[in-house]
Design a binder for this molecule. Structure first.
Ligand code: MLT
Length: 201
């Protein structure tokens, strides 16, 4: 997958896996990641799917309606890519923390829904429930931060509450923070994510 890798200065820190929103690319979230932790490795990936020229991590049939077959295929593709990147760039595959926004948060949530060891933690900005009706892997104590909008037009409050409940039921240590800026990713959210990250890693 198309990506950039920045080697960090502190080897005890996780590698931050950055996953952009629809129409973004691998450069979008780098400034944000540096605000979260400027000493960690960064692996920032571009989604392999194009929707009217806009990169995404998986296909959708309509806004908020996911192509499940493609979601499952792309989730495996991303998981395999991270494993391959860990070998290539020499980072610890077991210590990868995703930071995703919107479509990127949805594929990060899908990694958690499908693979027990894909992520050591995740910051999910405005995620949805990636898939319903499946049993999640054991996620005991995996720290997950969700930032959600009380008035997010893409993603209802119920959707964020359901995601929190599903991850918590699988054992994850979930913190959900609420904001009032629609679907936008704003500085107060990044600040809240930074504080959360510093308390967990
Ligand atoms: C998705 O398709 O993943 C969600 O609708 C969010 C987005 O627009 O990217």
């Amino acid at each position: 997958m198309q990506h950039v890798f920045h080697k960090g200065t502190d080897e005890t820190k996780p590698t931050l896996l950055l996953l952009h929103g629809t129409g973004g690319n691998e450069h979008d979230l780098i400034g944000l990641a540096k605000k979260i932790d400027d000493t960690a490795n960064i692996l920032s990936v571009r989604g392999n799917v194009l929707e009217n020229g806009m990169p995404r991590f998986f296909r959708r049939l309509a806004e908020g309606v996911f192509d499940m077959e493609d979601l499952i295929f792309r989730t495996q593709e991303l998981n395999d890519f991270v494993t391959q990147a860990a070998e290539e760039h020499g980072f610890d595959r077991k210590c990868v923390v995703a930071i995703g926004y919107s479509n990127g948060a949805n594929i990060a949530a899908s990694l958690l829904f499908h693979y027990e060891d894909a992520l050591a933690g995740a910051i999910l900005h405005h995620p949805m429930v990636p898939r319903r009706g499946i049993e999640l892997p054991t996620l005991t104590n995996v720290p997950v931060f969700i930032s959600a909008g009380t008035n997010d037009p893409m993603c209802s409050a119920q959707e964020s509450e359901d995601l929190d409940a599903l991850l918590s039921a699988a054992g994850a240590d979930v913190t959900t923070a609420w904001f009032n800026y629609g679907h936008q990713l704003t500085m107060p959210e990044v600040e809240a994510a930074r504080e959360w990250y510093q308390s967990k890693f």
